[in-house]
Design a protein around this ligand. Structure first.
Ligand code: PLP
Length: 415
């Protein structure tokens, strides 16, 4: 057993980040400045996107994305119940009405068949989330958007490295929003970015992120010295600081190296936990690239003998902190009161949300850390099994691992 707590989602900060932050502090330019510009250019290049704007969070990115798509009160935005509350809150803040489409029970991603059933004449935007770093089925989603004249905003908080059929996540729709929160694959503490191929959308997001201030608009009034700015609309305070970009520049430079390390850990978990009475993440489909953001297992009382919460408590006793991503959105009181939602209405998301556990998956983890997670998981689940012997082991062992690629064919078979 470990002798110190393995904290969930600690970022790997190296000397370059530390030196760059110190350089920023010495320069006296802490706020939005040249380093934010450098970070934006590097991120746009990495994502093969024409335009990028750095913000102080992905939540801000989602909020502004919906605003610049001119969401009107009552406009419906279809998203997934298997996401962080920020996705749904952004829709509410932008004045829209969130509509949930259930997820695929195997992948946890929004199911295009369910999206189709949710589309009404009020639907304006589709907001898919690439859950855990696994690409959503973007072909059918884009086809639905084209068919019904809908805009697409991608929540790419988990999906910095994700690709689908050779294309980068965040470039399928009108805007892609990314997070650099501490636990995310590129971490700046707090931070976010939006990308788009539409220069006008990005320009308006930039203005809205800084109070709605514009120096360009003022040019029209022939103030060529740009002494003054004007206010084009009431904006927000959502800009990124150079202090954050200083970290992000070096985190991004190491994004592929860190991805490789997480891929190794992912493979070790998949191999070493395959015989346990739990469900592992669905295998990665060819022609897509998984960002390996979350390694989620499902622990159900019927198969494992203990429920998810008890599993987490026992992991904590073994000094491994595991986390939950996510209880489905309709489990939360506010949404139940406001929209009358009940978890049972989105059964797949509810089932995943009540069983899912994310094991630590950080490039900072040593081989010994990885071993300790595997050991703790095996001890707990085999311990339960031993205590139940000689009862036969329930079915469902490693169910995810047995899903073949052909099982995804439904997406294209003419629904
Ligand atoms: C983290 C996260 C967000 C919010 O990102 P912030 O940068 O913390 O605002 C939004 N959506 C999903 C799916 C997330 O995981």
């Amino acid at each position: 057993m470990r002798d110190d707590l393995l904290v969930f989602g600690t970022p790997k900060i190296e000397q370059e980040e530390i030196d760059e932050v110190v350089d920023t502090l010495r320069s006296g330019w802490l706020g939005t400045g040249p380093k934010v510009g450098r970070f934006e250019s590097a991120f746009a290049a990495y994502k093969e996107a024409p335009y990028a704007a750095a913000l102080n969070s992905c939540s801000a990115g989602l909020h502004l994305s919906l605003l610049v798509l001119d969401l009107k009160p009552g406009d419906e935005v279809i998203t997934t119940p298997m996401t962080f509350c920020a996705t749904v809150n952004a829709i509410i803040h932008a004045g829209g009405t969130p509509v949930l489409a259930d997820v695929d029970p195997v992948t946890g991603n929004i199911d295009p068949r369910h999206i189709r059933h949710c589309i009404t004449e009020r639907t304006k935007v589709l907001l898919p989330v690439h859950y855990a770093g696994r690409a959503c089925e973007m072909d059918p989603i884009c086809a639905l958007a084209a068919e019904h004249g809908l805009r697409i905003v991608e929540d790419c908080a988990h999906a910095i490295e994700t690709e689908y059929r050779g294309r980068k996540a965040g470039t399928f729709g009108d805007i892609g929003a990314f997070s650099f929160y501490v636990t995310k694959n590129v971490a700046t503490g707090e931070g976010g970015m939006v990308i788009s191929s539409d220069q006008k959308l990005i320009a308006r997001i930039r203005e809205l992120a800084l109070h709605g201030m514009s120096r360009d608009a003022w040019k029209r009034f022939e103030d060529s010295d740009k002494i003054h700015y004007t206010i084009t609309e009431p904006g927000f305070k959502y800009n990124m600081m150079d202090l954050q970009a200083a970290i992000g520049i070096h985190q991004l430079a190491r994004v592929e190296k860190n991805w490789l390390r997480r891929a190794q850990i992912w493979a070790a978990y998949s191999r070493e936990l395959a015989d346990l009475p739990i469900t592992l993440p669905a295998p990665v489909v060819s022609d897509t690239r998984h960002a390996y953001h979350l390694f989620t297992i499902q622990v159900g009382e019927a198969e494992a003998g203990i429920d998810r919460d008890e599993f987490i408590r026992r992991m904590k006793k073994r000094l491994v902190s595991a986390s939950v991503h996510y209880r489905s959105i309709p489990e939360f009181e506010y949404y139940q009161h406001r929209f009358g939602w009940r978890p049972q209405q989105w059964r797949n998301a509810m089932n995943i949300g009540r069983r899912t556990v994310s094991l630590p998956l950080s490039p900072r983890m040593s081989d010994a850390d990885v071993e300790s997670v595997i050991e703790a998981t095996r001890e707990i689940l085999l311990g339960v099994r031993a205590a139940r012997l000689p009862l036969p082991i329930a079915a469902g062992s490693g169910a995810g691992a047995r899903i073949e690629q052909g099982d995804y064919a439904w997406v294209h078979d003419g629904d």
